[in-house]
Design a binder for this molecule. Sequence first.
Ligand SMILES: [Ca+2]
Ligand SMILES: [Ca+2]
Ligand SMILES: [Ca+2]
Ligand SMILES: [Ca+2]
Length: 287
Amino acid sequence: MIRKKIPVLYLFVGLIITSCSSLGGVGGVIAFVSDRDGNDDIYVINVDGSGQRKIMEHAASNLYPAWSPDGELIAFVSDRDGNDEIYVMDMGVGDMENLTGNPAGDAAPAWSPDGGQIAFASDRDGNYDIYIMNADGSNVRALTGNSAHDWGPAWSPDGEQITFFTNRDGNYEIYVINSDGSELRNLTDNRATDFYPAWSPDGEQIAFVSYHEGNWDIYVMNADGSDVRRLTEHSASDSQPSWSPDGEQIVFVSNRELYFELYVINSDGVRRLTDNQNDVKDPAWQP
Ligand SMILES: [Ca+2]
Ligand SMILES: [Ca+2]
Ligand SMILES: [Ca+2]
Ligand SMILES: [Ca+2]
C-alpha cells in the first residue's frame, strides 16, 4: 500500500517545486508524452525524478515535443485544428503558433542546431518525406522525395547533416543526408528494423533502435555507421533514445515493467525515471 502512495506524493511535491522555480532541475529536464488523462499531452520531469507536470492541456492530441537549442521553445505536433500540424510554444509565456498550416500530416519536428530551421516529416506530396522549413514556418522545401515512408529527422550538431529513418530498401534503415539535400546514404543496411536515430551532442555517434537481436534495443554507432554497439540488453521493448546535453546519458522508453516508462542509461547502468503505471513516449532531453 505504501508503494502505491509514493507516486502521488512525488507528483505533489514536484508540482510545488516547479511552481516555485523556473523550469530546470539538477541534471536537466525531459519532456515526454502521456495519455494518462485520456488523450496525449506533453509533460516534463526533472532528471532527478522531481517536478513531473503537464505543460500542455488540450483535448486534442499533443505529441513529439522537440526543444529549441536554447531550451526556451518546444515544437510539437497536434491535431487541434483538424489534422496534424507542427506548433511551437514559448515555454516562458505560453504563446503558441501553428507553423505548418497544411491539410496534410506534419509531424516529428527537429530543430537545427542554430535554431533557425525545423526539419519534419510530412505526407503533403502523397507519402511521408523529410522537409525543412524556417523556424517561423516559411520557406518549406523537401529534403527527400520517394514513395517510401521517411520519418524521424534529427540534425547533426554542426547542422551539416540530417539523419532519419526510411523503409525504402524493404525494411527500416537509418539514413543520413546533407542538409542541402546531397549525399544520401544508408548507415545500417541490414534486414532488421532500424529506426529512431538521435545524434550525440559531440556529433560522433548516433543512437538508434534496432530489432537486430530479436527485440527492440538501444544501439549506438559511429556517425559513419561503423562500430555498432548494443546499449540495452533486455527482452522488453526499448525505444526512442534522446541524449543528455553532455552526452553522458540517454533517456529512452521501455515496457520492461509492464508499462512504457522513462528510463535513463549511463555508464553506471539503467535506472527507471517514471513510475506512472501508464504508457509514456516521445522523450526529449532539454538542451
Ligand atoms: Ca498539417
Ligand atoms: Ca517518402
Ligand atoms: Ca535495417
Ligand atoms: Ca530490449
